[in-house]
Design a protein around this ligand. Structure first.
Ligand code: BDR
Ligand code: CA
Length: 302
């Protein structure tokens, strides 16, 4: 099994990613930490707890940063709805978050493991704070499989993808941390759209399919071709790397000016003399992604 920690801001596609991570037997999800992003951290924490409760799971949830390191906080409620996970009524007897902060919880869980994979699907504020406060965790992190960034156009500005744009200073710290990174960015997530056919199948599968269907249809970014399930691509990559093409290069993050939040990939390898810090996901088998998505949900007992 693949041991992971998810750092997340649910969020519609985050919710789908958490659903897969909790329920797939090949993944051992040790901890969920939350961050402000799609909505405020109070809401993203509540949403993570709703999912844990929905699946009767005992995975701990720790609440993290309320705002980015430097840049003022802007949410994405226009896409993810006021609550961040609209459209489905979850039970309201929610478990409590941990007494520790996300940074403390991350430190303790990472140090308790020899090697572990970090899966951030929100902005990287918690992880940047963690690396600044407890650099000793770095040698226990095998890799960071992060949703965020783009070599092409952004979805916030022409240059920047939302997670990186939300906290570009944190992203820069993470990209320069020395830990191998897999950049699961818009280059693939805008290709692997959940098709209208897949979406229509979901509620016929089980209660989980109904829950996902009901929240996904509220995604403000849907189109006739399908809906991007950005964060779910991280879990798909962990389980099916053969369906995704990656290219190694150096990636740095622009923190100022009109290209703030741009992930700058050294595609020629010239500027950094062939040195690389990232495997950038550049292509994906979209049919395989859709097929897998439906299979994952249909295997869930609820
Ligand atoms: C990312 O932004 C968020 O709104 C999504 O949850 C995803 O993590 C896509 O750019
Ligand atoms: Ca997210």
């Amino acid at each position: 099994t693949i041991k992971i920690i998810m750092d997340t801001d649910p969020g519609i596609d985050d919710a789908a990613a958490i659903t897969m991570a909790i329920n797939d037997d090949n993944i051992d999800l040790k901890l969920i930490t939350t961050v402000a992003g799609n909505v405020t951290v109070d809401k993203t924490t509540k949403n993570a707890l709703k999912l844990v409760r929905f699946f009767n799971s005992d995975i701990p949830v720790a609440a993290g940063a309320k705002q980015p390191l430097i840049k003022p906080f802007e949410d994405a409620a226009r896409i993810h709805g006021e609550s961040g996970m609209p459209g489905y009524v979850f039970p309201d007897d929610l478990p409590k978050p941990m007494d520790k902060t996300a940074v403390e919880a991350l430190r303790d869980e990472i140090m308790a493991n020899d090697q572990i994979t970090l899966v951030p699907t929100g902005s990287y504020t918690n992880i940047a704070l963690l690396f600044s406060e407890y650099p000793e965790v770095k040698s226990h992190i095998e890799r960071i499989v992060a949703m965020g960034g783009t070599l092409g156009y952004g979805n916030m500005t022409s240059a920047a993808e939302f997670n990186v744009f939300t906290d570009p200073h944190a992203a820069r710290i993470v990209y320069n941390s020395g830990i191998p990174i897999v950049m699961v960015g818009l280059d693939i997530t805008m290709k692997a759209l959940l098709t209208p056919e897949s979406l229509a199948k979901l509620p016929t599968l089980n209660e989980t399919g109904k829950m996902l269907h009901d929240i996904i249809i509220h995604d403000g970014d849907n189109s006739d071709r399908g809906i991007a399930m950005h964060d779910v691509n991280t879990i798909f990559y962990l389980l099916h790397p053969e369906a995704i093409t990656t290219e190694k290069m150096w990636v740095d993050v622009q923190t100022e000016g009109p290209a703030m939040g741009e992930t700058v990939g050294d595609i020629r390898g010239a500027y950094h003399n062939g040195k690389t810090n990232t495997a950038v996901c550049v292509d994906i088998d979209a049919d395989a992604f859709n097929k897998w998505f439906i299979e994952e949900v249909s295997h869930i007992s609820k």
